[in-house]
Design a protein around this ligand. Structure first.
Ligand SMILES: Nc1ncnc2c1ncn2[C@@H]1O[C@H](COP(=O)(O)OP(=O)(O)OP(=O)(O)O)[C@@H](O)[C@H]1O
Ligand SMILES: [Mg+2]
Length: 465
């Protein structure tokens, strides 16, 4: 069942319930009122019991052959209004039947007789005599008779039956109206959903993340607007992330092309000139090997940069984050740098400090900083490394980074114009920044007094050691 149909059904059902409740109450109240009026009338009616002598032919003059007849009669109502009929059951057990056209005997049972003897209080009840629905009031007469006063309920029943029909009509009309309004309301309520669905389907069908849900210039602050806004924000975030990925792939393939071309040239040269002098051959192979190594490093860097979860926050992944001694990690990295660059003089001043992070990633970041320091140090230059409360600084005495290059050195593949003659791809500092960000830290390049470069990597310190 669709959402809209559900809204329509629910609103119709709610209205039906409310109407049924109102109709029932109305019916009960009207019925009560009608019958209370009749009951009051019956209670007020005072039938007269008279005894007359009646001639056989109906002449009421007493004479020979006249018989004594007891009659019970109800006084006429004002303007001949309906007053009902009466029946009396005398002490002798004789029942005086009501007079009048169509009148028939009212049922007499023990309760009626008990009223006559005064052992039962007066009571009202419904009876049906000869197919006529009657209301009968039974009370004690002035000299110990049971008086039954009856009035037909025909008119009241007809009124009530008409009322039932009318109420049913009102209910039907109300439900139809509610369903109609429900259709309109559901259409209005689901319009934003329809827009959302259409956009989502469009995105799915075309794979084009540039689609947005159209929003009015001055949107109200309601749920559909917020939903549309967050959907649009999600699309924008997805689009940005996909653009970043595309850019990375484009940059990467561009960067991979250079070493690949060089290696291909070397191999082709080796293939075309089979009788090269062994020394030259060896040199070319060594160069190709070196380029392959560079390429491997570059591919590793790219893989690192493409991974969003550098810190490995997920439990159970290969390289989970841990509390580690940053000072020891830096000392080990300097040790490795010393082996690679025996000419450079490293001095380390490290205070014990603990950070939370991934050992391999942090080693790599520090290694990249040291690598740059070595690369740009003059031969035999000095590199000073300090570790203090979660921060690592690496300072060299090279040419330094020119002021206009400072904002760009952490960009992927960015290399200052002066650096373009040196080996490297420009990913080193981008990786440092990526690692710093992933650990909730920062990295900055500074131009210290006295020349050279000072790189500052700051990580949130877990605990003073
Ligand atoms: N210590 C430094 N002294 C002078 N310039 C630096 C220093 N460190 C970085 N730079 C400048 O910042 C640029 C980016 O550095 P990054 O480490 O990202 O790239 P790279 O060292 O050129 O290549 P890679 O690290 O990928 O081998 C460098 O090309 C260089 O211009
Ligand atoms: Mg570098």
């Amino acid at each position: 069942m669709t959402f809209r149909r559900r809204i329509v059904l629910l609103s119709a059902a709610a209205v039906a319930l409310a109407l049924a409740f109102a109709a029932t109450i109305t019916y009960i109240v009207v019925r009560q009122d009608l019958r209370a009026g009749i009951d009051d009338g019956l209670r007020r009616t005072d039938p007269q019991i008279t005894t007359v002598f009646q001639e056989q032919d109906g002449d009421p003059q007493p004479g020979l052959g006249a018989t004594k007849v007891t009659r019970v009669a109800v006084p006429d109502g004002t303007f001949g209004g309906a007053t009902g009929v009466a029946q009396a059951t005398l002490e002798s057990g004789q029942t005086i039947l009501p007079a009048g056209p169509g009148a028939a005997a009212l049922p007499v049972d023990n309760a009626v007789r008990a009223v006559a003897s005064g052992t039962h209080p007066p009571f009202l009840r419904d009876v049906t005599v000869n197919g006529t629905h009657l209301r009968v009031f039974t009370r004690q007469g002035p000299s110990g008779q049971a008086l039954q006063i009856a009035r037909p309920l025909t008119e009241a029943d007809a009124t009530l039956s008409r009322l039932r029909g009318e109420l049913a009509l009102v209910m039907l009309f109300g439900i139809a109206l509610a369903a109609g309004l429900g259709v309109v309301v559901s259409r209005m309520a689901t319009r934003p959903l329809a827009r959302l669905t259409a956009t989502a389907e469009q995105v799915t069908a075309t794979g084009d993340l540039r689609h947005r849900i159209p929003t009015p210039p001055d949107p109200p602050d309601d749920e559909p607007t917020r939903l549309a806004a967050s959907f649009n924000a999600m699309l924008a975030a997805l689009e940005a992330s996909r653009d970043a990925q595309r850019q990375l792939v484009a940059d990467a393939s561009h960067e991979l092309r250079t070493p690949l071309t060089a290696i291909r040239a070397n191999i082709e040269l080796l293939g075309h000139a089979p009788d090269l002098p062994p020394a030259e051959r060896e040199a070319m192979l060594a160069s190709a090997r070196e380029q392959l190594e560079d390429l491997t490093v570059l591919v590793g860097d790219l893989v690192d940069l493409a991974r969003p979860d550098l810190v490995g926050a997920r439990e159970g992944c290969d390289d989970p984050p841990e509390e580690l001694r940053l000072d020891q990690l830096v000392e080990a990295a300097v040790e490795r740098a010393r082996r690679h660059a025996p000419d450079t003089t490293f001095s380390v001043a490290a205070e014990p400090t603990i950070v939370r992070g991934t050992r391999a990633r942090l080693s790599r970041a520090v290694g990249n900083l040291l690598d740059n320091a070595v690369k740009w140090s003059p031969p035999g230059g000095a590199v000073e490394v300090e570790v203090h409360e979660g921060s690592v600084t690496v300072r060299d005495h090279g040419p330094g980074i020119a002021e206009p290059d400072l904002p760009h050195v952490f960009d992927r593949f960015y290399r200052a114009p002066s650096a373009r003659g040196l080996p490297g791809s420009g990913l080193g500092l981008a990786i440092v920044k990526h690692v710093a960000d992933a650990h909730g830290g920062t990295v900055a390049a500074e131009r210290p007094a006295g020349g050279g470069t000072l790189m500052r990597l700051e990580l949130p310190e877990r605990d003073a050691y």
